[in-house]
Ligand binder design. Structure first.
Ligand code: AMP
Length: 217
C-alpha cells in the first residue's frame, strides 16, 4: 500500500504515468488540475475565478487546494492508495500535505520526478489531446490516439484551454519559480527518485514499477 507523488513540469507526462500506475497498483489518481477543471464546469463564482487563474498559468490559492486534498485523504476507501498528479505545487502545499498525511495515519512512499527538457515541453503541451469520455491523454505528434490504444470515438478528443504556447510558457515559469524548489523538500526526506521523462512512455512506466516493486514493504 503506497501513496505516490508524480512530480514534474507541465507536459512531462505525469497524468499518463499516473493513469498507468493506477492500473498497475490499484491506486486512485488525485489530479488537482482535473478537480479544478470539474469546479470550472459548474460555472459558479468560484469556477469563474479558478478559470481566470488557470488561463493565466498561475497557481490557484492554497486553501482551495488544501480543502480538496483533505476531502480525499480523509476518505477511508483511498487509505494509502493515492497517486498525486500535479500536487503539491509549492512549499506550503507540501507542508500541508505532511500535516494531513500524519492526521490520517498515512505515509508518502515515493516521489517520482519526471525530467524533461523545457524545449520539448512546449511541443508536448501544444500537441496534447484528452479524451473527454475516458480521461486518457494522447499527443497529436508523439502519441496519437489509435484503434489499438484507445476505444472511444475520436470526437471525444479535446484540447485544454490552457494548452497554448503563451499560457504554457507562463505555466513553465510558475513551475520553475514555485514548484521546482519543492523537490529539495522530498530529497531531504529520501523520498525522491529521478526518472528520465524523455524516454518512451512504456519504458518510464517500467522503470517506476521496478522501483516501487523493489522497495514496497
Ligand atoms: P494541471 O492539470 O496539473 O496541468 O493543472 C492545470 C492548472 O491548474 C495549473 O496551471 C494551475 O493553474 C492549476 N493547478 C493545478 N494543480 C494545482 C495545485 N496543486 N495548486 C495550485 N494550482 C493548481
Amino acid at each position: 500500500m503506497v501513496n505516490i507523488i508524480i512530480f514534474g513540469p507541465p507536459g512531462a507526462g505525469k497524468g499518463t504515468q499516473a493513469n498507468n500506475l493506477v492500473n498497475d497498483f490499484n491506486l486512485f489518481k488525485v489530479s488537482t488540475g482535473d478537480l479544478l477543471r470539474d469546479k470550472i464546469k459548474k460555472k459558479d463564482q468560484l469556477g469563474v475565478k479558478i478559470k481566470s487563474i488557470i488561463d493565466r498559468g498561475l497557481l490557484v490559492k492554497d486553501d482551495i487546494i488544501n480543502d480538496l486534498i483533505e476531502s480525499i485523504l480523509s476518505n477511508k476507501n483511498y487509505f494509502n492508495r493515492l497517486i498525486f498528479d500535479g500536487y503539491p505545487r509549492n512549499f506550503n502545499q507540501a507542508r500541508h500535505l505532511d500535516i494531513l498525511i500524519k492526521k490520517y495515519y498515512q505515509k508518502i512512499s515515493f516521489v517520482f520526478n519526471l525530467k524533461v527538457d523545457h524545449d520539448v515541453i512546449i511541443g508536448r503541451i501544444i500537441g496534447r489531446l484528452i479524451c473527454s469520455n475516458c480521461g486518457l491523454t494522447f499527443n497529436e505528434f508523439s502519441n496519437p490516439s489509435t484503434k489499438e490504444n484507445h476505444q472511444c470515438h475520436i470526437s471525444f478528443l479535446q484540447k485544454r484551454t490552457d494548452d497554448n504556447e503563451k499560457i504554457a510558457r507562463n505555466r513553465l515559469e510558475t513551475y520553475t519559480k514555485e514548484t521546482l524548489p519543492v523537490l529539495n523538500y522530498y530529497q531531504n526526506q529520501n523520498l525522491l527518485y529521478e526518472i528520465d521523462g524523455m524516454s518512451h512512455i512504456h519504458e518510464i512506466n517500467k522503470e517506476i514499477r521496478r522501483i516501487i516493486q523493489s522497495l514496497e514493504t
